[in-house]
Ligand binder design. Structure first.
Ligand code: NAP
Length: 263
């Protein structure tokens, strides 16, 4: 899934929750496309090992290792969010692309068994933290003159998935946030789009895929009859954040092996 194109040359991109899984795959593809990338997650050791892997990718693509920066950022913490944007601008001189990818799903079961604390955590991490990070980034995206924001939602935004109803509600909220922010930010030439992955093989989906009944239930609704690979999210993310999508804003691209997606 490597790319020979260089659609993000000269860009500076911040990707949250990117030491593993879909966020890492997006960061890797952005790097290959020429962007300087800032990756982050909660744990320093995960960030360090992801940076090391990206240095290898840079070397394979004859890019400088200095195109990669890693730092700790728990998206739920205001000082971490501020630091992420500040350090990025200090190192790379600006910011062009923000990918808001972090999410949690701390419960599994009937939505009516989700207590207030868990519901708050889901909405706080999956929706509000991304929104607040965008507010932090917007002054710099305005300066960029060609800024782009990408929210990572889920196919669960369109259909309630068994066991993770509250998470799905938070992902539906991101579709609305994308539309609202896109309308507000168009005047600054900042585009806001959203990617809705289907079932992708990561640590996040392991608990679902480990249970063969649940796994079969999911596979039955995927016309392509397979789960996706995180690397398959890189291309759609690059498209939405690059000039290839210069007249696309407020939209959600579903990359879910053909699962029906309609609200
Ligand atoms: P993953 O493989 O479990 O990766 C999670 C990443 O997020 C790790 O780098 C983790 O590192 C970091 N992280 C977790 N909580 C964080 C927080 N509060 N702040 C900052 N970083 C945090 O997950 P994934 O499957 O790639 O999911 C990424 C996104 O795709 C999520 O928004 C998810 O909802 C969405 N998605 C996933 C699937 C799927 O099937 N996998 C399907 C649809 C949508 P640390 O532990 O170091 O923080």
């Amino acid at each position: 899934m490597a790319s020979n194109s260089k659609r993000l040359i000269g860009k500076v991109s911040v990707i949250t929750a990117s030491s593993d899984g879909i966020g890492f795959a997006i960061a890797k593809r952005f790097l290959q496309e020429g962007s300087k990338v800032v990756i982050s997650s909660r744990k320093q050791q995960n960030v360090d090992s992801a940076v090391e892997k990206l240095h290898q990718v840079a070397e394979e693509n004859q890019l400088p290792a200095s195109n990669v920066m890693g730092m700790v950022c728990h998206v739920g913490k205001q000082d971490h969010r501020e630091n992420l944007i500040e350090q990025t601008v200090n190192k790379f001189g600006g910011l062009d692309i923000l990918v808001s990818n972090a999410a949690v799903s701390p419960t599994f079961g009937n939505i009516f068994d989700v207590d207030e604390k868990a519901f708050d955590k889901i909405l706080d991490t999956n929706v509000q933290s991304g929104f607040l990070l965008c507010k932090q980034a917007i002054p710099h995206l305005k300066k960029s003159g060609n800024g782009s924001i990408l929210f990572v939602s889920s196919i669960g935004a369109y259909m309630p998935m068994p066991g993770i109803g509250a998470y799905c509600v938070s992902k539906t909220a991101l579709l609305g946030l994308t539309k609202t922010m896109a309308a507000e930010l168009a005047q600054f030439n900042i585009r806001v789009n959203c990617l809705a992955p289907g079932l992708i093989k990561t640590k996040f989906s392991d608990p679902l895929l480990d249970n063969s009944d649940v796994r079969d239930q999911y596979l039955n609704v995927i016309p392509m009859r397979r789960v996706g690979d995180p690397d398959e999210m890189g291309g759609p993310a690059v498209f939405l954040c690059s000039d290839d999508a210069s007249y696309v804003t407020g939209e959600t691209l579903v990359a879910a092996g053909g699962i029906n997606s309609r609200l």
